[in-house]
Write a protein that binds this ligand. Sequence first.
Ligand code: GDP
Length: 366
Amino acid sequence: MNVLMLGIGQCGNRILDAVNREAFGGSSRLSKYYSRQKFPSRVETLAINTAVNDLKELRFTAAKDRLHVPNLHGVGANRGIGKQGFWENREMIMEEIERRGDFDIAFVMTSASGGTGSSFTPLVVHELRERYKKITVIPVMVLPFREEGSIYLQNAAFSMRDIMEVESDGIILVDNQYLKRLSGDIKTAYDKINEMVAERLLFLIESLDSEMLSVTDLGDFKTVMKGGLGMGTLGFYESDKKTASLTSAIESSLKPSGLLYPADVYEDAARAMIIIQGSRDSLDVDEITKSVEKLSTKIGQVFKGIVIKKGRPKILSVFTLGQVPDLEMLYAQAAQAIQDEKSRKTRAKKQLDDAFAYIEDLEEVY
Ligand code: GDP
């Protein structure tokens, strides 16, 4: 499988860096796995940004995998300027991607609320679609902390609409606000969130490319991602000594604590895929089948994949949603923020006009 991972804008770049750390550079177990022949995936990564300093900050992404898109003063969270910047550099950006060959699947990671990533991503997804006829394109959209300000909220609202309008194969949602509870300070929260996203995506790529005992492939993944509203999220659970059973481990992968976006899986999910990795003796196929069947009665369609791999069972759940109440709330908040901003502007303008009115009929006297 040929995999393209793009990280656009600061947030996207950093998640990509976390992917590179996990997969190729860092001291993780996955890095060993990647260098083994058994893993046939070719994973190409590219960080794209208008801000050169954001690219310089990356630690695990090779220099050749950092693309600076010149834009005199960055885009300053302005999506209009961002889109313009993309159009002016479209060929250069796409050539850099195309130089990397053919791809079966692309993950395009970005924050929904900044300037560069949120404006480039829908356009990049569109270009990938045009240029690679058979590619599966999955945007990974990071929603902002809700208190980050009105511009970020409005950007998130409009960029989510843009990304829904271009033909992707389903969006993976990550919510900073929801995941903020993981850590006190923002830097640690970012690192933790980025690591969680990287770990889940790599697990997914690795599994889709493994010889599965129970087959789940790219086609099944696409079917899941097309379900419901065409957006969903990922859950994860790693068993430990205290995990009571395989069934409880599977259920735990759907619990709020393992999700990247708040959802009540049993109520909201439209389709799902459960991938279980573990040593042969830790996996009881009958038990897995039974618990997946139980899930199917609630969710509808649930695919299952089993990958034999050393260690205690680890479970990834992928699912799309039939309803997204939290996203609706974000739109309500964004609309309110836009209204507030507008009335503040009108008030300020009126105040200034009133001030000018004092001197309307007067002339300067010297
Ligand atoms: P851009 O560079 O113009 O695309 O803008 P950013 O990517 O900086 O977008 C700002 C948004 O991204 C805000 O909502 C931030 O909270 C979020 N963000 C920035 N860096 C990170 C990060 O490393 N991880 C996560 N999860 N979110 C981030």
